[in-house]
Design a protein around this ligand. Structure first.
Ligand SMILES: *[C@@H]1O[C@H](CO)[C@@H](O)[C@H](O)[C@H]1NC(C)=O
Ligand SMILES: *[C@@H]1O[C@H](CO)[C@@H](O)[C@H](O)[C@H]1NC(C)=O
Ligand SMILES: *[C@@H]1O[C@H](CO)[C@@H](O)[C@H](O)[C@H]1NC(C)=O
Ligand SMILES: *[C@@H]1O[C@H](CO)[C@@H](O)[C@H](O)[C@H]1NC(C)=O
Ligand SMILES: *[C@@H]1O[C@H](CO)[C@@H](O)[C@H](O)[C@H]1NC(C)=O
Ligand SMILES: *[C@@H]1O[C@H](CO)[C@@H](O)[C@H](O)[C@H]1NC(C)=O
Length: 467
């Protein structure tokens, strides 16, 4: 968890205030202190740099502000605009430091935005610049970077409010909705080695595959999985709670459909709506920044996609190989291999797994039953890969790969690592004999079976005596 930045100066100020208040109480009339004392203390301690903005000073310094704590995927609507704010992060890597607010904007709207940056108890107003990502797939809304340049006197704002410049600042500053600014410090050592970002879980019921994926990811070296959740079955929720308690999973509620008509598909002609595929792209960008100073590497993929190394057994061993071969500080792309779940592991299969009918009552796909991949398409398809990257060398990401980065991406040779995408493929012309056996996953099967059994049993999805 990124620690919620404390406000030590506010604490101090409260202290000073109490002290001075006590002294005044002894010597003077109480009503005078109420009217002047408070303001004097604030102007003594922190000269007002923006005279147009009255600092909000109260006994409880946070009381005057509506602060949205906790999950920064707060989905705040900007008054007078169709813009939705997702989260705010301090950007340490640009020549001039700034606050990056990840947002969703209506592409046709001409709006000029302004930032109210809160440093200690003061507000600094600056003009925002807006960059709408080009990967909007033709939907009316797109992901946007709202950049708030930092004035010299406010280099580490704790909170930011974004408002429409056309609407006068609310006379009462306390009406503004503030986002907490995350990534206050550019750390160089990280609590997690690998974080996986699962974007936009919707109507999710595939419990077995989820548990299998989360256990596999741990074998590979992943110690954090951030999941943007719209909704799921009660059993899935139980499993998510279980992994959240263990510290593996961080669920970010993703209630975008309250604000927008999210499309369930990747293109407007497949399913019209306001924004591409459940708002997956802003979620992935949030995950990138959220993980930037928490995780050495970040992987962007879905729960049904598994990147498996072919020469070594974990990502921990894989990444040094890739860094030697392709260079450091970049993103590595892994070739997609379709594993149609319509085709099961059937005799004469190279291995049979007698335990598996134990899971027959658990809803979802059993990936161990699906180890036949589709032959490579005649023309190579290079648009459905997924990535693992150093997040600190990337500025923005998209569904497949990076949009802006320092080092670009390198293709991983499929003999070193490849991705398996296990899902129903729908209508297919493929005949079983055209599929290609790829049993790499089975190298993990005995460990996977025991680990999954434990989780299912702990969650009441298998009988207690099942082992
Ligand atoms: C300050 O006010 C906020 C909002 O009214 C409240 O949630 C918080 O508990 C208060 N903090 C203290 C230290 O009194
Ligand atoms: C939005 O701005 C308008 C115009 O300033 C104001 O009348 C209205 O109360 C504001 N609404 C909210 C929810 O802040
Ligand atoms: C949710 O998933 C279930 C089972 O997979 C499916 O039958 C149903 O149509 C889906 N509902 C929506 C609203 O997508
Ligand atoms: C998820 O939400 C959709 C739309 O509201 C609903 O139709 C579906 O049943 C929900 N799925 C689950 C698993 O609760
Ligand atoms: C979604 O679209 C429907 C039909 O076009 C419309 O009635 C509804 O207001 C829209 N909802 C949102 C949240 O935009
Ligand atoms: C699955 O459920 C059925 C019906 O409740 C039960 O008879 C069967 O024993 C269960 N199978 C397993 C492996 O738990």
């Amino acid at each position: 968890m990124t620690p919620i930045p404390k406000l030590p100066t506010l604490e101090k100020l409260k202290w000073v205030y109490s002290l001075v208040l006590a002294v005044f109480c002894v010597s003077a009339a109480v009503w005078m202190i109420r009217s002047d004392g408070i303001f004097q203390i604030s102007s003594l301690t922190y000269p007002v740099l923006q005279p147009s903005v009255t600092p909000t000073v109260a006994q409880n310094m946070t009381a005057g502000f509506k602060v949205l704590r906790g999950q920064p995927a707060s989905l705040v609507r900007v008054n007078g605009s169709r813009t939705l704010l997702i989260s705010a992060y301090l950007e340490h890597r640009t020549r001039t430091k700034k606050v990056l607010v990840i947002a969703i904007m209506f592409r046709k709207e001409k709006v000029s935005l302004q930032c109210s940056l809160r440093c200690r108890e003061q507000l600094h107003v600056s003009r925002a610049s807006v960059d709408i990502h080009w990967d909007h797939f033709g939907f009316p809304y797109g992901t946007a970077d709202v950049s708030c340049p930092l004035p010299p006197a406010c280099q580490a704002p704790t909170h930011v409010a974004v408002t429409s410049a056309a609407i006068r600042n609310p006379a009462d500053q306390s009406d503004m909705e503030y986002l907490e600014v995350w990534n206050q410090r550019a750390l160089t050592s990280f609590p997690y080695t690998f974080t996986s970002c699962f974007s936009t879980m919707y109507n999710y019921t595939n419990v077995l595959q989820l548990v299998q994926s989360l256990e596999m990811l741990q074998f590979l070296g992943v110690n954090r999985v951030v999941i943007y959740k719209m909704n799921c079955s009660a059993e899935t929720q139980r499993v998510l709670d279980y992994y959240s308690d263990k510290g593996l999973v961080e669920v970010v509620p993703w209630s975008l459909s309250k604000y927008l008509n999210v499309s369930r598909r990747a293109k407007p002609d497949q399913d019209p709506g306001d924004i591409h595929y459940f708002g997956q792209i802003p979620a992935l960008n949030d995950c990138l920044y959220r993980s930037m100073y928490r995780s050495k590497y970040v992987a962007l993929h879905d729960p049904d996609e598994l990147i498996l190394p072919q020469l070594v057994n974990s990502w921990v061993e894989l990444l040094p190989l890739l860094e030697r071969k392709y260079g450091v500080n970049k993103c590595y792309k892994f070739e997609n291999n379709w594993v149609p779940s319509e085709f099961a592991l059937t005799p004469p299969a190279p291995q049979t797994l007698p335990q598996l009918d134990r899971w027959q009552n658990v809803s979802g796909v059993n990936i161990l039953n699906h180890v036949y991949i589709e032959p490579a398409p005649r023309k190579p398809v290079f648009n459905n890969y997924k990535i693992i990257t150093n997040p600190r060398s990337v500025y923005s990401v998209t569904v497949h790969g990076v949009l802006r980065s320092q080092g670009g991406c390198a293709w991983t040779d499929r003999r070193i690592a490849r991705m398996y995408h296990v899902k129903p493929r729908g209508q297919t012309e493929l005949k079983p004999e055209q599929l290609i056996y790829d049993g790499r996953l089975l190298k993990y099967s005995s460990r996977l079976v025991s680990a999954v059994n434990i989780v299912l049993r702990d969650n009441g999805l298998l009988p207690k005596d099942a082992m």
